[in-house]
Design a protein around this ligand. Structure first.
Ligand code: SR1
Ligand code: MG
Length: 395
């Protein structure tokens, strides 16, 4: 990957993105190019440029200096583009099959130029349409296991790890998560956004001292545990999928944090999809949670046993302790994510897209009860079966 320091920042237009792709030599001379801005996320511009004859394309992703979801009143660092391209490059060194190929980065323009994945579909969209993606959890379990192990103090030189962690210090994007995931939904904060009918349920949540204490403990973990390099925003909208391929995108929130965080976000977004479905369609989502954990635990354990560089790695009980904490934390983080996607600033189409109002409110009330139980009872879940049980008990 090349990092090019070139021009002064300006938001690209479709014409300028096309001209840039031509200047970078990404297309043959005279190729008939069509460019569309297709960004539908909360933060960035995404240009899709395609040669109409060969049908080959590229993606140019550009960070905006503010959060698109809110507007220019919420300034946001452009440095996240560098974090994103560096995270993709780091992940590619362990699991190239699960991330897009990065062709160029330009720090001043805050762009990442990368592989066109338009033959795949954003997993959230596909799941909402009822697709099941049989390999999704196998791939995500492997992605998390390998990126976590190889960036941890057990999988890489411990002095180099500190330097790598330093290069992924990401205060502005972490602050978004600290506020939107771990704080605002648990208080009467003006970023929260929910239907008036949910106010009594939400006020019950805000007055729940036990919940607030456990949410505070989880936030503290997120703030203080620089364990492994995380994607940092691993929801189903950050994953492209098909029946046989999976690609993780958008790691602009990457930073060194607690090992259970990416697992928890992924579990939560599977649960959010399950909440939007009738009971008889939920099984594939719970199966995905089981398989993600099983694949993660098995690959992580194998790497720990065969590749660890730490003297204490072979100490009986240590690996079990690491896995147990990863699981318990993941359950708690999943609870926070379920709650914030229901009443916080950034919602998910899985729940908001339920057309019938009473069904939507019922699913959201279920989400709040489920999220709460996952947070306060996370230590009591002995395995991924616990998700099914708590889901059923909170219906
Ligand atoms: C202001 S950003 C809102 C959310 O979008 C991102 O994808 C993260 O999930 C963030 O919390
Ligand atoms: Mg994103």
């Amino acid at each position: 990957m090349t990092i090019v320091q070139s021009t002064v920042y300006e938001p690209l237009t479709e014409q300028k993105a096309t001209a840039l792709a031509v200047r970078l030599g990404l297309f043959r001379d005279g190729a008939p190019l069509v460019c569309r801005e297709i960004g539908d996320g909360n933060l960035n511009l995404v240009f899709h440029i395609v040669d109409q004859e060969t049908k080959q394309g590229v993606i140019i992703k550009q960070a905006l200096p503010y959060a698109k979801v809110v507007g220019e009143s919420w300034p946001l660092t452009l440095k996240r583009a560098v974090i994103e391209s560096n995270a993709l490059r780091t992940f590619a060194s362990f699991v190239p099959q699960y991330v897009p190929n990065v062709y160029y980065s330009d720090e001043s323009l805050a762009i990442t130029v990368m592989e066109d994945l338009s033959h795949l579909q954003i997993a959230r969209k596909g799941l909402i349409e009822g697709k099941t993606y049989p390999l999704l959890s196998r791939h995500i379990g492997e992605f998390i296991a390998k990126t976590a192990f190889y960036t941890s103090d057990f999988g890489m030189n411990q002095q180099e790890k500190k330097k790598l962690a330093q290069s992924f210090v990401n205060p502005e994007l972490c602050k978004i998560t600290e506020d939107l995931v771990f704080t605002d939904p648990f208080f009467d904060h003006d970023t929260n956004n929910f239907e008036d009918e949910l106010r009594p349920d939400v006020e019950t949540l805000w007055n729940d001292d036990r919940l607030r204490l456990e949410a505070a403990k989880l936030k503290r973990k997120f703030l203080t545990e620089a364990d492994v390099l995380l994607h940092g925003d691993l929801h189903t909208g950050s994953i492209f999928a098909s029946t046989d391929e999976t690609k993780v995108i958008d790691p602009e929130f990457a930073f060194y944090g607690p090992i259970g965080f990416d697992l928890g976000q992924f579990f939560a977004n599977l649960l959010l999809n399950a909440l939007s479905r009738p009971e008889f369609e939920r099984q594939p989502l719970f199966d995905h949670i089981d398989r993600t954990w099983d694949v993660f635990a098995s690959i992580f354990s194998e790497l720990w046993r065969t590749k660890s560089i730490e003297t204490y790695a072979a100490t009986p009980g240590l690996l079990d302790d690491v896995l147990r904490h990863a699981f318990v934390d993941a359950v708690g983080f999943a609870g926070c994510e379920v709650i914030r996607r229901t009443i916080g600033l950034a919602h998910v189409a899985d729940l908001d897209g339920i057309e019938q109002k009473e069904a939507r409110l019922a699913a959201k009330r279920h989400a709040l009860r489920l999220g709460r139980r996952l947070i306060v009872e996370r230590n009591e879940l002995t395995g991924t079966d616990g998700f099914r049980r708590v889901f059923a008990e909170t219906e």
